[in-house]
Design a protein around this ligand. Sequence first.
Ligand code: PHE
Length: 337
Amino acid sequence: MAEIDDVVRELRTEIESADIGSPDAAETFRIKYLGQKRGLINDLMKRIPEVAPGQRRDFGQSVNALKKLAESRVAAAKKAAEAAPGAAKFDVTLPGREPLVGSLHPITQTRNAILRIFERYGFHVAEGPELEDEWHNFTALNFPSNHPARDMQDTLFVSPSDDGDSGVLLRTHTSPAQIRILKNQPPPVRVVVPGRVYRNEAITYKSYCLFHQVEGLYVDTQVTLGDLHYILRTFSRAIFGSDVRMRFRPNYFPFTEPSAEVDIWFANPDHPGGGRWLEILGCGMVDPNVLRAVDIDPEVYSGYAFGMGIERIAMLRYGIDDIRVLYENDVRFLDQF
Ligand code: PHE
C-alpha cells in the first residue's frame, strides 16, 4: 500500500511539472497519462485490487483528482497554442501572399508596343549587329565619303580605317539593317528592326550616348509616299491615341528621297493650348542609290523606310522629361511601370 501511494505522489509531481509548451509535447503528454489503453492514470486505476478495501474510496478519489489535473493541463496547453501569434498560419482560408515579381523596363515595354502595331500590318521583326562596318552604316546608305556624320566627333569608332568602308564602329542608327536585309532577301520585304544605337554626344536631359531605335523598311513594286504617310499616321494613332496631333516636316537624309521627320504635339497640361512639337522619327522613300548598292533595280522596285527613337516615344507615353532616368535603373523609378 505504501508503494502505491508513492506512485500516486510521483505521478502528481510529474504531471504538475511536465513541460508541454508546444502542441506536440501536449499531445505526447496526453497519450502518456490520459491514454485509454496504456495511459499511466488508467493503469493506476486498474491496480485498485491491491488497495485495502477500506482505503479504496480515498484511492479512487486521488486518482480521479490526478486525471482532472492532467486534463486541465492539456486544455490549458491547447488554449495557449491557439492564442500564439504563429497560430494564424494554419488558417487555410487566408489569401496567399503575392510574390514580388519584376517588371519590364519602360523602353522594353514601348519597344514591344511598337513592334506589335507593325506586326498587325504584316511587318516581320528582324535584327542587325550593333558592331558595324563603315560600308553598311554609311557608304551603302549613300553617305558621301566626306559626310560629317562619319567624323570621329559623332561616331564611336572601334577601329578606324582610311578607305571609308572597312572601319569598325558602333552603329549610329538601325538603318544599316536595311542593307543587310535587302542583300539577303529579294523584295517584297516588310520588316521592323529594333535595336541599340550609339552616338558620341554630350549627355543631357534629352540626349544620351546610346539609345534605341526601331527601323522600318518596306520594298516592293509600286510603294508610294502615300503608303508611308498612311502607315505612320496609323502607327501614331495606335500608340498615342486617336486624337494625336502629328505633322510631317520635310527634311534631308542621304538614304531617302524625299525625306521627312514626324513631330508629335506634346501638350502642356499647365497651359491650355500650350505645348511643343517633339520629333519622334525620320522617314522617306528609299533612295535609288541605296537600292543599287544592294543590286535591286530602282526602275522596278520602290520602298519607304523610317527610323524612330524608342526613348522619345516612351517619354511622350509616360510623361518622362529627362532621358537619363531611363538608364539609371533606380528601382524607385522602375517600380512605377
Ligand atoms: N536613320 C535615321 C536616323 O537615325 C532615321 C531614318 C531611318 C530616316 C530611315 C529615314 C529613313 O536619324
